[in-house]
Write a protein that binds this ligand. Structure first.
Ligand SMILES: [Zn+2]
Length: 129
């Protein structure tokens, strides 16, 4: 059962008990019920917060797993200052892959730009090679 739903059900029970307490007229009993009611309300809020945090943790986990898979399936070789991946044409930006796990194809530098390197990354503008 959903923790939030079960706590909600318990709060409902407290409401019924409160109705009974009206007939009994015992101050201590009613005070105790009020405490219980407050505790349950707090627990409900905390459970909802835990649920949110769990969802966030699961999301992080999925993202990290994906990142790890990318890393394992793609071990790059350094070629002319850029990365080469087995079975994939062209060369890729080292900065984009190392920092963001992104495979960005570099484009050759020509003319006067050639002094800065052999390749340029269209995303981070790094000059390689
Ligand atoms: Zn880049």
């Amino acid at each position: 059962m959903d923790p939030v739903a079960s706590i909600q059900a318990a709060i409902g029970t407290v409401g019924k008990l409160r109705e009974l307490a009206k007939k009994i007229e015992e101050a201590d009993f009613r005070m105790l019920l009020a405490d219980l009611s407050n505790d349950l309300a707090d627990a409900k809020v905390e459970a909802a917060e835990l649920k949110t945090r769990l969802a966030q943790a699961l999301e992080d986990n999925t993202r990290l797993e994906k990142q790890l898979n990318t890393r394992q399936s793609a071990t790059p070789q350094l070629q002319q200052g850029a990365y080469a991946f087995e079975g994939q044409e062209g060369l890729f930006c080292t900065a984009c892959f190392d920092a963001h796990d992104k495979k960005i194809r570099v484009t050759p530098l020509t003319g006067p730009f050639r002094t800065f390197g052999k390749w340029s990354c269209p995303v981070c503008n790094a000059n390689l090679g």
